[in-house]
Design a protein around this ligand. Structure first.
Ligand SMILES: NC(=O)c1ccc[n+]([C@@H]2O[C@H](COP(=O)([O-])OP(=O)(O)OC[C@H]3O[C@@H](n4cnc5c(N)ncnc54)[C@H](OP(=O)(O)O)[C@@H]3O)[C@@H](O)[C@H]2O)c1
Length: 271
């Protein structure tokens, strides 16, 4: 990854919890010199203390990037510390769920280039997916820079409008939890069929992880992959008749679940 802009001016990471640490680990692995990173966090973890980054030290004059990874409810307390970096020289990238670009513009000035990003928890193992959208001041170069930084923890996609962020939150942002629940309930269903808890959980985890990997790697669509393993009147078909039921199956259930998450995201954005 080309870190030259950061190497000259530095990168500030505000908040180094789960998401901040996952990103920092990805950047360091990809060759970002730790001396170019300034971490601001009131309670830094043992891990971050040993990475050779500048920790709660005076910030550079005009860092290339300020990456904001504090909880949305801490934003109004944490962001004023970076206020003097607003106004143009520093690109702000935020991964906070539910905080709209307008809130950053209000706190930092409308002339500040801002990229809002929505990652998800598989970022912790480099398998996240992050959706990005910039404000009017963010240039094509700024979006490329933000995308390269977030690519350190997985795939990236760009949005056409900030309004899409609520639906993205409902699908990929909150989505890992739906899949964890699928694993839990698939294992419980296996137990109900007489398997031990351990065996059922091993089968459920490997099945979800393996099917996910196959869906990503295969040229066929997930629909075709499903059809390929469904022999007429076979076992899979018996289960899919339950799961694909238009009244009680996955289609109406997931539609409602994703709508609930997106609605909540809209509510949170309004503050
Ligand atoms: N985890 C995810 O998968 C995920 C996915 C999408 C978006 N996000 C977003 O990423 C952001 C961070 O989430 P997270 O899961 O990484 O949370 P987290 O683990 O709680 O990390 C937040 C970090 O910020 C620190 N902090 C609190 N107040 C601060 C301040 N005034 N200045 C600097 N740092 C401060 C916290 O320290 P203390 O612990 O001492 O308070 C903590 O280390 C959130 O806005 C969330 O919406 C996370």
């Amino acid at each position: 990854m080309d870190f030259s802009r950061i190497a000259d001016q530095g990168l500030v990471l505000l908040g180094c919890g789960k998401m901040g640490s996952a990103m920092l680990a990805g950047w360091l692995e990809r060759g970002l010199p730790p001396a170019e990173v300034w971490v601001v966090d009131p309670h830094p973890s043992d891990w971050v203390r040993t990475q050779g980054v500048n920790l709660n030290a005076p910030l550079p004059e005009s860092p290339a990037i300020a990456l904001v990874a504090v909880k949305p409810q801490m934003m109004r307390e944490a962001l004023p510390g970076l206020h003097r970096l607003g106004g143009g020289g520093t690109l702000f990238v935020s991964v906070a769920a539910g905080t709209p670009i307008s809130a950053y513009e209000e706190m930092l000035g409308a002339n500040t280039p801002i990229v809002r990003a929505m990652p998800n928890t598989p970022a912790a193992v480099g398998r996240g997916i992050t959706a990005l959208i910039g404000n009017a001041r963010a240039s094509a170069d700024d979006l490329d820079t933000a995308e390269r930084l977030l690519a350190a923890v997985g795939q990236t996609v760009r949005l056409d409008s900030e309004a899409q962020m609520d639906a993205v939150t409902g699908v990929s942002g909150s989505g890992p939890a739906y899949v964890f629940h699928l694993i839990e309930t698939l294992a419980a269903a296996g137990q109900a069929q007489g398997l031990s808890a351990d065996l059922a959980m091993t089968l459920a985890k490997a099945t979800v992880a393996g099917a996910g990997a196959l869906a990503e790697a295969a040229e066929e669509s997930p629909e075709q992959l499903r059809i390929n393993v469904t022999s007429p009147n076979g076992t899979t078909q018996a289960a899919l008749e339950v799961l694909m039921d238009a009244e009680t199956g996955f289609p109406p259930l997931l539609k409602r679940a994703v709508a609930a998450a997106a609605d909540r995201s809209r509510e949170l954005s309004r503050g």
